[in-house]
Design a protein around this ligand. Structure first.
Ligand code: CUA
Length: 291
């Protein structure tokens, strides 16, 4: 092989690798089934409740901040690679910047500031999203292997400190028919508190289009609150690996008008589904909750 040939072939294979990487990138960017209308949400579903907009905004802002930092870092790397690489004419080692205190302090302080900013906004929004503020409806979501039950207007109100308050009105419950995912009915425009309880192992309650999920833990009562804003039927699923049929632990979320919601509860009571099904939490006297 000529000296020229041996010089050229690594370059040619490099060019081929670059071309493959570009093609792969293009395929990944175009074959993911994303539409341009979804691009501003950066992969998040469209929020169907009030609280989801907070989550979406935090998601978008974090991406923009991360991209800005990424662009700066990539830019600096490319700049070094392009303008400070070793050439045939210059073989000596360039000046080194070791033990440069101001520079090293900068490299510590800047990331610290960035992480603090992310932390502040995440903690602020998380506090906001987990706050319970006098909801109109209380629904006890019961997770069990491998489905869900929904106790509407459940007769036992469970507070954050896990003590009992005044019992609530007659109640009604939804459990799916065998082989079909159960449906959680919700009234549009009215605030709903979910009290999450488990009868067996840890599950994860995720009404996908509300952009909020929370673990359902045996012996613990978790809460969050949503106000559905859009009528329609949406998806829900379990997000903790909870056994062999975990992937089938699905449910529907059906947002209807408040009048239709009340009519559904009356329907359930007429069908004999008044009251509540066991939540997995039993009471053993005032202030005590046991599994
Ligand atoms: Cu329940 Cu996974």
């Amino acid at each position: 092989m000529s000296p020229n040939g041996s010089d050229r072939s690594p370059r040619r294979s490099m060019r081929r690798k670059l071309l493959s990487a570009l093609t792969l990138g293009l395929v990944l960017a175009t074959a993911t089934g994303c539409q341009s209308s979804n691009l501003p949400r950066l992969g998040m579903p469209e929020p169907r409740d009030q609280q989801g907009h907070t989550v979406l905004f935090l998601w978008q802002s974090s991406w923009i901040a991360a991209l800005a930092v990424g662009a700066l870092v990539w830019g600096l790397i490319l700049w070094s690679v392009m303008f400070h690489r070793r050439s045939r004419s210059k073989v000596e080692v360039p000046p080194q910047f070791r033990y440069n205190m101001p520079l090293e302090a900068l490299f510590t302080v800047v990331p610290l500031i960035m992480v603090s900013v992310f932390f502040y906004y995440t903690a602020r929004d998380e506090t906001d999203l987990t706050r319970i503020s006098s909801p109109t409806h209380h629904i006890n979501v019961v997770g069990f292997q491998w489905s869900w039950a929904f106790n509407y207007e459940h007769s036992v109100q469970i507070h954050d400190d896990q003590t009992l308050a005044d019992p609530r009105g007659p109640g009604a419950y939804d459990v799916g028919t065998p082989g079909e995912p159960p449906t959680l009915w919700l009234p549009q425009g009215e605030s709903v508190e979910f009290d999450l309880t488990s009868r067996d192992v840890i599950h994860g309650f995720w009404p996908v289009d509300f952009l909020m999920k929370m673990d359902v833990i045996p012996g613990v009562v978790n809460h969050f609150q949503v106000t559905p804003t859009v009528l329609g039927t949406f998806r829900g699923k379990c997000t903790e690996l909870c056994g062999v049929n975990h992937s089938q632990m699905l449910f529907n979320v059906k947002v209807v008008t408040p009048a239709e919601y009340e009519a559904h509860l009356a329907d359930l009571r007429a069908k004999g589904q008044g009251g509540n099904v066991p939540s997995g939490i039993t009471t053993t006297g005032a202030g005590n909750l046991q599994k």
